[in-house]
Design a protein around this ligand. Structure first.
Ligand code: ITT
Length: 199
């Protein structure tokens, strides 16, 4: 029993599998297991649009249900940037470290009290011949002045959680997977699947 997620990001696969497999008994599989897949063009300007596009592109090709995760960081002082461009904020092949450095530079003149940010995760489920549905999870925090912590990925070392006095990268995976934007979206996806497909 497997659910394909249209993602090349192994960090997402690990987190999604840790949250989904114990509850539904379904293993999450990323795209690294497949060859000859069509190119996915993430050209929509919303998380929901890109999540649907990723899931539909692969679902249509494989002719089976496929899910996708489109996620990112929105920073209020930057009018929502990096947003849907989070993965490639510092350039086409940017590393997480380069993206984090660009974010710190963009916020250099923004004081601590004005660094509100939000992680967003939209999950889409595409089933061939049916309309695609999406669910959304959000997690609020503040962007720090220096990266802290070695867990997680992406912007986690800069994302401070005031309630925990820690960054997302200082949480152990089990904690991140309880409170993150992705965890909130997964909870809704599981409720949706239980309702629709009665596992
Ligand atoms: P796929 O499109 O193949 O799934 P991607 O990494 O390109 O992989 P996105 O386009 O959804 O995925 O971009 C998500 C980016 O947002 C990701 O690369 C991180 O920089 C950031 N991000 C998303 N979730 C995050 C999380 O839980 N912690 C830290 N950063 C996250």
């Amino acid at each position: 029993n497997e659910l394909v997620f249209a993602t090349g990001n192994e960090h997402k696969v690990t987190e999604l599998n840790a949250m989904i497999e114990p509850i539904l008994g379904i293993r999450v599989v990323g795209l690294s297991a497949f060859t000859g897949l069509p190119e996915i063009v993430e050209d929509r300007d919303t998380f929901a649009g890109n999540a649907a596009k990723k899931a539909e592109t692969i679902a249509n090709h494989l002719q089976r249900p496929v899910a996708a995760d489109d996620s990112g960081l929105t920073v209020a002082a930057l009018n929502g940037a990096p947003g849907v461009h989070s993965a490639r904020y510092a350039g086409e092949r940017a590393t997480d470290a380069e993206n984090n450095a660009k974010l710190l530079a963009a916020l250099a003149d923004v004081p601590a009290g004005e660094r509100q940010a939000s992680f967003v995760c939209v999950l889409a489920l595409a089933v061939p011949g049916k309309p695609t549905d999406t669910v959304r999870g959000e997690c609020t925090g503040l962007i720090g002045q220096v990266p802290k912590g070695d867990n997680g990925f992406g912007y986690d070392p800069l994302f401070q959680l005031p309630d925990y006095a820690k960054t997302m990268a200082e949480l152990v995976p089990e904690e991140k997977n309880r409170i993150s934007h992705r965890a909130k979206a997964v909870k809704q996806l599981i409720a949706y699947l239980n309702e629709r497909y009665r596992f």
